[in-house]
Design a protein around this ligand. Structure first.
Ligand SMILES: NC(=O)c1ccc[n+]([C@@H]2O[C@H](COP(=O)([O-])OP(=O)(O)OC[C@H]3O[C@@H](n4cnc5c(N)ncnc54)[C@H](O)[C@@H]3O)[C@@H](O)[C@H]2O)c1
Length: 314
């Protein structure tokens, strides 16, 4: 009988990690969730008894070494920074995210891990894109440390593959949204706005609402990540988005329609860290993995709203 593949998800208790975990379990993989000490188990509660859980620190070499033994596939989803706060202390960003990742890759070599999947950022690695939708070949210059570090990790993955044959895929994710995304963190406009709507609070928008992003429903993104486990492609790096852009004002209009609630909105000065438009060309992922996003934004927003209502109101 063929052995079931062991997958470890660093940051598996978070928004994206918990969806990857759920889908891996559905497909019959053995899954280990690695997350912080005493991390909130709510995201994995529905399948907690079917996964191994390790509480540790991604920045602790011993924790990484112990957790990697016997793993075939690594999903790397830990980040100590967000795009908006990464410029406050770039040295910290490098020390935590870059250095710790390289140390983890060294242990992957020791333990002969067969594949590393790294979630990069389609919203920041291109800087201010000159081509919309932006293809992977566009060589942009990130305007935040978060994007620089993500791009540098991508380069190290390329190098480790070339030197040590460590297989990998990088997914430059657009703006994922959906159930279990934290509505109180400054990453994820959709749950943040929906939560404000639910609580009848004012929605603050940086700029005039014209900032345009490519939103992808989380289950569509995860579908592509899992397909990549079954295909060893020559291409390693992929954009992962819907290919369609919506301005913040358009998102608000959709929310009004879907929820029947009327938002209170306050427009503020724009932020330096926000590029005006970001839409990804994901044709390479579509072709390589025979994949396409299926969820219309109205439906995805409705599901997110329903989840927030169920879990946060009352
Ligand atoms: N959410 C987005 O919009 C988005 C877009 C593009 C890329 N990404 C990337 O995807 C990854 C996951 O994002 P997410 O939205 O799921 O974030 P999240 O905050 O929901 O999940 C991250 C998880 O990592 C855990 N973690 C953080 N530091 C840790 C440490 N030192 N040791 C162990 N665990 C630790 C957290 O407890 C959390 O459960 C990140 O690398 C992020 O940069 C996210």
């Amino acid at each position: 009988m063929k052995k079931r593949k062991n997958c470890i998800i660093y940051g598996g208790g978070g928004f994206i990690g918990s969806h990857i975990c759920e889908e891996l379990l559905n497909e019959g993989y053995e899954v280990t969730v690695f997350d912080k000490l005493y991390f909130d188990k709510r995201n994995i509660s529905a399948f907690r008894n079917r996964v191994k859980v390790i509480e540790g620190d991604f920045y602790n070499e011993k924790d990484i070494k112990k957790s990697l033994k016997g793993q075939d596939v690594v999903f790397h989803l830990v980040s100590s920074t967000l795009p908006a706060n990464s410029n406050l202390n770039p040295a910290y960003d490098i020390e935590t995210n870059l250095i710790a990742t390289i140390k983890m890759l060294d242990r992957c070599r020791d333990y002969k891990v067969s594949k590393v999947i790294f979630i990069s950022s389609g919203g920041t690695v291109y800087g201010i894109p000159e081509k919309i939708p932006t293809p992977e070949t566009f060589c942009g210059k990130p305007i935040c440390s978060y994007g620089i570090v993500k791009k540098t990790i991508e380069n190290y993955l390329f190098m480790y593959n070339r030197l040590y044959e460590l297989d990998y895929n990088v997914f430059r994710l657009a703006n994922p949204y959906g159930e279990r995304q934290n509505p109180f963190v400054a990453q994820g406009v959709i749950p943040v706005f929906l939560m404000k709507l639910l609580k009848k609070e004012t929605i603050n928008i940086w700029g005039d609402g014209s900032i345009t992003r490519d939103y992808i429903y989380i289950k569509d993104a995860v579908d592509c990540l899992l397909k990549s486990l079954k295909i060893s492609s020559k291409e390693k790096l992929f954009n992962l988005g819907s290919g369609r852009g919506y301005s913040l004002n358009e998102i608000l209009e959709i929310m009004k329609k879907v929820t029947g609630l009327k938002p209170k909105v306050k427009y503020q000065h724009g932020r330096d860290v926000d590029v005006p438009v970001n839409i990804l060309n994901s044709n390479l992922a579509k072709k390589t993995f025979n994949w396409k996003p299926k969820t219309e934004i109205e439906k995805g927003i409705y599901k997110t709203f329903f989840y927030l209502k169920e879990n946060y109101s009352g």
